[in-house]
Write a protein that binds this ligand. Structure first.
Ligand code: ZN
Length: 150
């Protein structure tokens, strides 16, 4: 199994430059100066050799967990199915979003969808996950969810 290393001042999952390298986590603010501690998580795509942002959390273990979850489960559909079932656990196949050039960020929303739920928000822009990541340089699993995934 790929392990965490901390050779260059922040934890990396796998050794950079090898096929098992998966990304890193880094603290971007400390408790000094009144800023709360924040940890950013970045994933590395071995296919196109691209590093991209996947989340921000409050601690190193949580930040590592974001990357470990992506490796273990991949991108997961975010559609809320029902009270009993919670959110869909299907493998995500696409991103639909409302991003428009020049539009304020607060108006933008996006959702990960599996093939079965691909028709949801059918009037929104559709991209493959790699297209979305290349365009916006980041994708955060469950960022838009209200309430926890079951
Ligand atoms: Zn789904």
């Amino acid at each position: 199994m790929t392990e965490w290393h901390n050779r260059i001042g922040y934890p990396q999952l796998g050794r950079e430059g090898t096929p098992d390298y998966r990304g890193y986590v880094v603290r971007v603010q400390g408790t000094v100066g009144g800023h709360p501690e924040k940890w950013f998580t970045y994933a590395f795509d071995q296919g196109d050799q691209h590093t991209y942002w996947i989340g921000v959390t409050d601690s190193e273990p949580e930040a590592k967990g974001v990357l470990e979850r992506l490796i273990k489960f991949g991108w997961v559909c975010e559609v809320y199915v029902s009270v009993g079932m919670g959110h869909c656990a299907g493998e995500a196949a696409m991103v639909r979003h409302t991003y428009r050039e020049g539009e304020p960020k607060g108006l933008r929303v996006r959702v990960l969808l599996c093939e079965r739920h691909g028709h949801v928000f059918s009037d929104w822009e559709r991209m493959t996950i790699p297209e979305y990541i290349r365009t916006y340089n980041g994708l955060e699993q469950d960022a838009a969810l209200i309430g926890a995934r079951k």
